[in-house]
Design a binder for this molecule. Structure first.
Ligand code: NI
Length: 214
């Protein structure tokens, strides 16, 4: 009897601790409060706990407003990153660009998109220089921190300032997968980071020749 009586007591304490925990941490903003962890976003992405992707409107590297809806009929390749990224972003963007070129004329059916998770430093001129260095049709997108956060969360993409850099000298930890969005705007899946250009070309070609039947 004593054992059973102790259980609700313990449960109540645990519950109280869980309920109080958010109150004890530094008061977060509303956006931060509802933000899922890196692990949760990765799990959702890996196990396809949708929806993933969806509509967006952001500013491109020329200052023009761009929406996902204008790329219907094309295979969208979406990558989140930032121009100061030391290694992962450049490698993946190079693979994407090489894969599209290797497709030849069929490559016109692919729209590569780079979404900056570093709006603070990635100014339009900087973004313009960066995307041009990879592919003439690569579109760089940016926006307000809130706009970018919204799109990233829709894609289950994580990013956060990290490392020991000071001032403007910081790194950003971010999800580095290559997202594939179908010609009807539907989420197809993701390709792991550091996938080579040949494999990426193969995947893109399969999707471009896909006839609508799974
Ligand atoms: Ni990166």
């Amino acid at each position: 009897m004593l054992r059973w009586a102790a259980r609700p007591g313990l449960a109540a304490i645990v519950l109280a601790a869980l309920t109080l925990a958010p109150l004890l941490t530094a008061a977060p903003t509303t956006a931060e409060e509802s933000e899922p962890s890196a692990a949760q976003l990765m799990d959702d992405l890996m196990w396809d706990r949708g929806p993933i992707g969806g509509p967006f409107t952001l500013t491109d590297h020329t200052g023009k407003q761009r929406s996902d809806s204008e790329f219907r009929g094309k295979l969208m390749v979406v990558y989140f990153g930032y121009t100061s990224c030391p290694d992962v972003c450049p490698t993946d963007l190079l693979s994407i660009s090489q894969a599209i070129d290797a497709l030849g004329p069929a490559g016109d059916g692919v729209q590569p998109i780079f979404i900056s998770v570093d709006p603070e430093r990635d100014t339009l001129p900087r973004l313009a220089d960066y995307v041009a260095a990879f592919h003439p049709r690569l579109i760089g997108l940016t926006g307000t921190p809130a706009e970018i956060k919204k799109v990233a969360l829709a894609y289950k993409a994580y990013y956060a300032k990290g490392g020991a850099g000071e001032g403007k000298d910081y790194v950003i930890d971010h999800t580095g997968v290559v997202y594939l969005i179908g010609r009807g705007g539907e989420y197809l899946g993701f390709v792991p980071p550091q996938t080579g250009p040949q494999r990426l070309e193969e995947i893109l070609r399969q999707q471009l020749t896909y006839d609508g039947r799974r």
